[in-house]
Ligand binder design. Sequence first.
Ligand SMILES: [Fe+2]
Length: 133
Amino acid sequence: MKDLLWDKTLSVDVPEIDQDHRRLLELFNRLAHAVAEAEPQAEIEAIMDELISCTAWHFRHEERLMDKHGVPGRDEHRAEHQDLINSGRALQQQLQQSSRPPSAQEIEFLEHWLTGHIYGTDMAMGAHLAEVM
Ligand SMILES: [Fe+2]
């Protein structure tokens, strides 16, 4: 499978956020490799847990910056974060309960889960933050 690679189209023009996003992409790639190479379930679960936890931490990072700089639309952005965390945790629970690795479709879901929000809502936030930071 192909790794998710960082490129300029993913940059939101705020270095500290870009850095978080790169880390999340790396974790996603580690997860996809672990699944492709049929690594032990415990290892896959540990990476999945790190991906979700780091994402939750990163969302709080963005929310702090948006609050500090009064970014318009931050309530909607925060709600989108909550939905993403809920859907990520729901998938994580399903996988844990059935002790199985993510399917190809679930990996694809996680890819869009990660990049869709960056390409959409985060770009608008970045455009505003890049002007005021
Ligand atoms: Fe965001």
